[in-house]
Design a protein around this ligand. Structure first.
Ligand code: FAD
Length: 152
């Protein structure tokens, strides 16, 4: 059986930066991806923030490679850059074929509520993404990154 791996990448959306266009495209991407990922035993999270996609996927190495090949060829984004690709002992997102975390949740978690400063996700260490996204998906409130890093 193929070993469990995890991939995190970032890319730049080629879609018009219009809320309706992005919302419709995200619905399309999520609907198709969730069905495919579930049958390929892939789980993960997709984030769209400020024209950028960040996606973390985990699953058997062969299925993950095939999925990443299709994703990299997708014209709805460009400049796919893998930030982390590593073996994994266990899944961080076993219950999500593809969860979606909103930019607002992420912004609040990274910057703290009420902080209007822009968020530079590209500068976040790659190994912070998985715990951060998992905390956002499982915590009742929005966790703050600074608090998470302090208690790590
Ligand atoms: P096809 O469905 O044959 O599409 C071929 C090409 O047509 C695509 O590459 C794309 O450029 C274009 N296209 C397809 N549908 C649309 C549309 N509705 N609007 C505009 N252009 C379109 N797939 C997964 O299986 N799992 C994932 O986790 C996943 N995550 C994704 C994350 C992002 C940010 C993006 C942009 C896409 C994601 N996809 C995911 C979709 C993936 O890129 C493929 O489109 C999908 O897997 C189907 O592959 P295919 O080769 O059959 O493509």
């Amino acid at each position: 059986m193929s070993s469990l791996q995890t991939v995190l990448y970032q890319s730049r959306a080629t879609l018009l930066p219009d809320a309706e266009v992005i919302g419709g495209a995200l619905d399309d991407i999520l609907a198709g991806a969730r069905a495919r990922n579930a049958s390929d035993r892939i789980s993960g999270v997709l984030v769209y923030a400020d024209g950028m996609f960040f996606q973390l996927l985990e699953g058997p190495a062969d299925a993950l490679q095939a999925t990443m090949g299709r994703i990299a060829a997708d014209r709805r984004h460009k400049g796919v850059r893998v930030l982390r690709h590593a073996p994994a002992d266990a899944r961080m997102f076993p219950d999500w074929p593809l969860a979606c975390v909103s930019a607002a949740n992420l912004r609040e978690s990274v910057m703290g509520s009420g902080n209007g400063a822009s968020m530079d996700l590209e500068r976040l260490p790659a190994d912070v993404f998985a715990p951060l996204l998992r905390a956002i998906l499982t915590a009742p409130g929005v966790p703050n990154l600074a608090t998470m890093l302090r208690s790590a």
